[in-house]
Design a protein around this ligand. Sequence first.
Ligand code: IDP
Length: 137
Amino acid sequence: MERTFAIIKPDAFKAGNAGKILARIYAEDFRVVGLKKLYLSKVEAEGFYAVHAGKPFFDELTTFMSSGPCVVMVLEAEGAIKKWRDLMGATNPTEAAEGTLRREFGTFVGENATHGSDAPETAAFEIGYFFSGLELL
Ligand code: IDP
């Protein structure tokens, strides 16, 4: 079993799509081992996305991620990292395949509904950024 870190981003939460996205998560047989609603500060969003610091979209990204509540989750499944990224689809919703979450719930590259870790090391950092061991059940 593998764990990945996922976010229902502020655009999807604000649009009322958190429930639909959770339904897809359960339908695809992920175990939700951690889940909470947060309203990130700009500094917290910058810390989370530190790997992108200096990129042209960094300010836009962190401003967006701190623009409203989001839902952070730890998902468990066999091959969870790839399985969740496949379910999300491509970063740009207009390029994401039919049936993926970003295609269905995203708007453009800057507001693409969901986040998912891209590798085991990233997942470990991202899970630890938001959850303590006691919160993962
Ligand atoms: P990923 O979320 O699919 O792993 P990354 O390349 O790691 O994609 O980028 C992180 C996030 O930064 C993306 O999900 C997207 O929301 C945002 N992003 C990436 N490129 C741009 C851009 O050119 N403009 C605005 N936001 C961007």
